[in-house]
Ligand binder design. Structure first.
Ligand code: GDP
Ligand code: MG
Length: 152
């Protein structure tokens, strides 16, 4: 278990549906610390780079147009095991396979409208954070720290 940073983005459907606050709440309530946040409508080029591993998929053009259809709430969350635990909070890619209690399991039905993105590995998290926050993130100590972690 190590302190990690993960890139989490509330997708255009999540923003339009008023889900910014409940999604942020899940990360805050779990004990993670917000170290970057930006509301942004990404360009096609920016999204094609973000999802470059999926460019051969049939759903790629639809994915790029969905993700560019409105503002996204792009964030970096920090804490112990943040990448894997962030994915657990999100649920499965297909919301129909996501357990109730997860973000996708509580707020979505369709894989093409699954409300939230989360990095899938520490290596990809580093790449995504650099891509979305080229000026870096904020370093700060949360006053709750010693109440969330037994040891630093
Ligand atoms: P994630 O890491 O759980 O977001 O899943 P992937 O990296 O495999 O895919 C990226 C995003 O592409 C997903 O979150 C979905 O929004 C979308 N996606 C994945 N698979 C499909 C699919 O079969 N059909 C459609 N329409 N979209 C998909
Ligand atoms: Mg992915």
């Amino acid at each position: 278990m190590s302190t990690e940073q993960t890139f989490i983005a509330i997708k255009p459907d999540g923003v339009q549906r008023g889900l910014i606050s409940p999604i942020i709440g899940r990360f805050e309530n779990r004990g993670f610390k917000l170290v970057a946040i930006s509301l942004v409508t990404p360009t096609k080029e920016h999204l094609e780079k973000h999802y470059e591993d999926l460019k051969e998929k049939a759903f790629f053009p639809g994915l790029i147009s969905y993700m560019g259809s409105g503002p996204i709430c792009a964030m970096v969350w920090e804490g112990r095991d943040a990448v894997k635990t962030g994915r657990t909070l999100l649920g499965a890619t297909n919301p129909l396979a996501s357990a109730p209690g997860t973000i996708r399991g509580d707020f979505a039905l369709d894989v093409g409208r699954n409300v939230c993105h989360g990095s899938d590995s520490v290596e990809n998290a580093k790449k995504e954070i650099a891509h979305w926050f080229p000026n870096g993130v904020v370093s700060w100590k949360a006053s709750q720290f010693d109440w969330i972690y037994e040891k630093a």
